[in-house]
Design a protein around this ligand. Sequence first.
Ligand SMILES: C[S@@+](CC[C@H](N)C(=O)[O-])C[C@H]1O[C@@H](n2cnc3c(N)ncnc32)[C@H](O)[C@@H]1O
Length: 237
Amino acid sequence: MNVDIFTLFPEWFEWLSAQRHIANVTATGSRIECVNFREHTPLGAGQVDDTPFGGGAGMVLRVDVLDSALRARYGVDPVELRAARRVIALAPGGRLLDDGLVDELASEPELTLLCGRYEGFDERIIEHFASDVVSIGRYVLSGGELAAMVLCDAVMRKLPGALGDERSAEEESFSAALDGNPEYPHYTRPAEYRGWRVPEVLLSGHHERIEQWRRERSSERGARRSLPPDESVPPTR
Ligand SMILES: C[S@@+](CC[C@H](N)C(=O)[O-])C[C@H]1O[C@@H](n2cnc3c(N)ncnc32)[C@H](O)[C@@H]1O
């Protein structure tokens, strides 16, 4: 998979690229590359944003700047680009990133991520250049970089070779193997600590009972997640 990230802060992604699972997939042919769209601005003095029409606080990323950066990278009119690859604008109000969307994106050979800053994108960037608008949650970050990293992490750990043990990704929270439910609890040594004992079944060596216990805990967690907030307990317990 090839991921291009359009950002004003490409150095942030050096850390991401060095992480084990990302390094594992880039060693086998995937890549993450950043495009600093400030370097492609047709305006003077590295300008990428401007004041909002209609007034109000903050600065808005300009459509001509993104047009120029996308065109420089792909050599086509960006309006045509989204038919060839997913061009994802990161925005708080977008489609929420969940395991289904992560699976969908993990099957793509190429992704383009657009990281906003300041007040965000001129709406024409979203209307005419983006194929998708994705949010990592209903809160506002200062920029799209952390959102792009979350998306890349979640997507790239699904790729073959990302994880040391491929089985880690087969049966984890929200996977089909767990019917879309959160994962069951894990325990390790010591078997007892401050009087907190690991469930006996996990020490029994009885694989079928362990498997059944895990399924039950997982589906219990799934049932709790679907309760209204005032009736639910913290979702990981
Ligand atoms: C300060 S935010 C802009 C917020 C925008 N004015 C609003 O109220 O929706 C700047 C940029 O951060 C990114 N961003 C912030 N929160 C995000 C979220 N929850 N998910 C995805 N991207 C986010 C987007 O790229 C956005 O353009």
